[in-house]
Design a protein around this ligand. Structure first.
Ligand code: HEC
Ligand code: HEC
Ligand code: HEC
Ligand code: HEC
Ligand code: HEC
Ligand code: HEC
Ligand code: HEC
Ligand code: HEC
Ligand code: HEC
Ligand code: HEC
Length: 367
């Protein structure tokens, strides 16, 4: 709450009232001010009629923002009236709204506060000149999510809309965010979220739970990590992703050109991990054997992901956020009717899948 609630408010009510005299503007006591009030609203009663009326307008303290000349009061307007349309009029009573390290450019534009607030009152709470998302849309058109064809993020268009994540005035975070990106995202994604549209019920996993796992994917643990893989408003890809990634556990595969559907992962990882001919550096998920005196490497990433008609998506084995087993390997994943288990054991020279889609198998690296 603003500081005027204390001492300043008293000051406003008792002394900060101006009234006209032949010599100019002087401060007078409350009794004279009351008469002045009546004279404004006699001709301008509509300024007190809104559903939500701003305190100084309700109190008839019109002259905190307006300076009339006598001709206006005697003969009426237009003319003979000075109006302070800047933020300094507001700062007589309110704390500075541009105090954060990032200030909304709107506050620096002509009209400042009154672009969004009606100084007298309005039919919208906080005296907004328009309902929230229309207000933001006025200058941010289209609203970011509307431009997205692949997925949209519900909080952008719900009742609280942009204010779910942004401060309309200023903030100490980039992009006017109300907190650091990770804290912001986990503020809602610390539980499973279920939504219903018609008959379709969709549920979105609890991500906080994944980040509490023993093995967290490095980018997901960083403060703005969520934003390297997700677009906050909407995206041309599913799940608000910033680059392509298969939507399902299995995808039609069989050719090398399919690699580009994992573009998301390969913005950071080397796509050589899916190649037929690999060096020891390309992937650790391989089985090496000696044939005719030379080491032959069987690329198990390629085997699972590319070399089959129904390619397995990375997230069958790895969770992009965090998981219980080494190499961020899932311990189970969900299919339509059952939940296969994955039990992995690391070995110095490879690993073993004790439980998975097949009987136990191990792989070994020779160098
Ligand atoms: C005798 C009637 C009358 C009184 C008293 C009066 N006004 Fe006006 N005012 C008018 C008329 C008429 C207009 C022109 C039509 C309109 O804009 O509503 C006007 C216009 C205005 C305008 C917009 C035009 C401009 O010149 O900026 C403001 C602001 C305004 N009045 C403020 C006030 C304030 C504040 C008071 C009290 C200190 C006041 N008026 C008292 C009749 C009056
Ligand atoms: C917090 C500051 C503030 C207070 C208090 C205030 N006004 Fe205003 N008023 C403004 C500003 C700023 C404008 C100019 C709006 C614009 O240009 O869009 C304005 C515009 C007006 C106008 C002309 C435009 C219109 O909206 O009709 C009238 C008339 C008016 N005020 C009357 C009043 C009266 C009467 C009171 C007291 C009951 C009052 N105002 C209290 C800031 C204030
Ligand atoms: C004369 C002192 C004064 C001036 C000048 C003033 N305000 Fe206010 N404003 C108040 C008071 C008092 C409240 C009521 C605070 C409350 O009840 O929380 C208020 C409430 C508000 C609220 C709603 C706050 C809430 O939490 O519901 C907004 C928004 C607002 N003012 C914006 C403005 C803007 C924009 C200006 C400048 C155009 C301005 N005010 C100028 C005294 C003033
Ligand atoms: C881009 C539009 C926009 C501009 C410009 C703007 N505001 Fe606001 N303001 C809002 C919105 C939206 C809310 C509602 C916030 C909420 O409900 O949490 C708000 C809320 C407020 C509140 C009440 C809640 C709070 O933050 O204490 C005050 C007071 C206020 N604004 C004052 C101002 C002042 C003073 C200025 C000019 C320096 C200003 N605003 C400029 C959009 C704006
Ligand atoms: C009067 C015009 C106007 C209105 C209304 C407006 N904005 Fe802005 N906003 C701007 C301008 C200009 C910029 C700076 C240029 C840009 O990034 O597009 C900006 C930038 C932003 C930014 C990026 C800030 C940064 O530093 O990266 C955010 C976030 C934002 N606005 C949110 C909002 C929200 C939320 C609302 C509604 C409460 C809103 N805006 C209403 C004009 C406006
Ligand atoms: C779920 C949280 C969330 C909601 C809701 C949200 N934003 Fe954002 N917005 C962000 C984040 C996070 C960023 C920073 C993006 C970045 O840095 O890559 C951002 C950035 C922005 C920017 C800066 C330019 C850009 O697109 O990167 C603007 C402008 C903006 N948002 C406007 C809005 C408007 C207008 C609304 C309401 C229609 C809105 N946002 C709703 C989270 C949100
Ligand atoms: C105010 C609450 C809220 C905040 C803050 C929030 N989300 Fe969401 N998010 C939701 C809800 C509700 C859904 C489910 C509805 C939907 O799909 O949009 C969702 C869904 C998602 C989805 C799945 C989208 C899909 O198409 O299935 C992703 C990904 C996501 N959020 C990421 C983020 C990221 C990243 C952030 C931080 C920038 C964030 N969320 C912040 C409420 C929130
Ligand atoms: C390395 C990329 C990456 C990072 C970093 C990342 N995500 Fe994701 N996220 C994904 C992928 C890929 C999916 C879709 C596949 C899946 O869920 O397995 C996804 C799905 C989601 C979903 C939807 C889950 C569902 O059940 O539909 C939410 C919510 C989400 N992420 C939130 C976040 C949040 C919050 C952060 C930051 C803490 C974050 N993500 C960081 C890649 C990432
Ligand atoms: C923003 C960059 C970035 C993106 C995008 C990214 N990763 Fe990572 N990933 C890293 C970093 C950094 C590490 C930790 C260092 C390392 O092991 O390479 C890592 C580690 C991993 C590991 C663990 C390696 C180990 O042996 O412990 C796996 C598995 C992994 N990522 C899978 C994925 C998958 C699947 C995707 C796509 C959904 C993806 N990554 C997208 C940056 C990224
Ligand atoms: C069948 C399960 C499975 C699938 C599907 C899978 N991985 Fe792996 N991945 C593993 C195993 C097991 C390891 C650990 C290898 C080791 O022993 O070091 C691994 C290791 C990794 C590493 C660490 C570096 C390396 O190559 O050893 C990255 C990065 C990685 N995977 C990314 C991906 C990406 C991206 C995809 C999808 C294109 C994917 N994985 C698909 C099982 C899988």
């Amino acid at each position: 709450m603003d500081s005027f609630k204390g001492n300043n408010r008293l000051l406003i009510c008792c002394t900060l009232v101006f009234v006209f005299s032949t010599a100019g503007w002087v401060t007078v006591d409350r009794a004279v001010a009351a008469e002045d009030t009546v004279s404004c609203t006699e001709c301008h009663e509509d300024k007190q009629n809104a559903k939500f009326v701003h305190y100084p307008a309700a109190e008839g303290e019109c002259t905190v923002c307006h300076e009339p000349e006598p001709v206006h009061l005697e003969e009426g307007g237009p003319g003979g009236m000075k109006t302070d349309r800047t933020a300094s009029a507001c700062y007589q009573c309110h704390d500075n709204r541009a105090a954060g390290s990032t200030v909304h450019t709107a506050l620096e534009m002509e009209g400042e506060c009154i672009q969004c607030h009606n100084p007298h009152g309005s039919s919208v709470e906080k005296f907004l000149v328009k309902p929230l998302n229309n207000l933001c849309q006025e200058c941010h058109d289209p609203v970011p999510a509307e431009a997205a064809s692949g997925s949209q993020h519900l909080p952008v268009t719900d009742d609280k809309g942009c204010l779910n994540c942004h401060d309309p005035h200023s903030s100490n975070q980039a992009a006017l965010l109300t907190s650091s990106p990770k804290t912001l995202c986990l503020g809602c994604h610390d539980r499973e979220i279920t939504t219903q549209e018609g008959d379709e019920i969709e549920s979105v996993k609890n991500i906080k739970e994944k980040l509490d796992m023993p093995n967290v994917h490095e980018p997901a643990s960083e403060d703005d990590g969520c934003l390297t893989c997700h677009a906050p408003h909407g995206s041309q890809y599913k799940k608000l992703l910033t680059a392509s990634f298969p939507e399902k556990n299995y995808y039609k595969s069989g050719t090398d050109t399919d690699k580009n559907i994992f573009e998301l992962c390969f913005t950071c990882h080397d796509e050589a991990m899916l190649n037929k001919d690999i060096s020891a550096a390309d992937t650790g998920f391989r089985n090496d054997t000696v044939q005719n005196g030379t080491v032959v490497r069987n690329n198990l990433h390629r085997f699972h992901v590319v070399n089959v008609v129904e390619g397995r998506n990375c997230n069958i084995c790895h969770d992009p956020h965090g998981a219980s087993q080494p190499h961020i390997l899932n311990s189970k994943w969900t299919m339509k009717t059952y939940e296969p288990t994955l039990l992995f054991e690391s070995r110095p020279d490879g690993g073993e899948c004790l439980k998975s889609c097949h009987r136990p198998k191990h792989y070994q690296r020779l160098d």
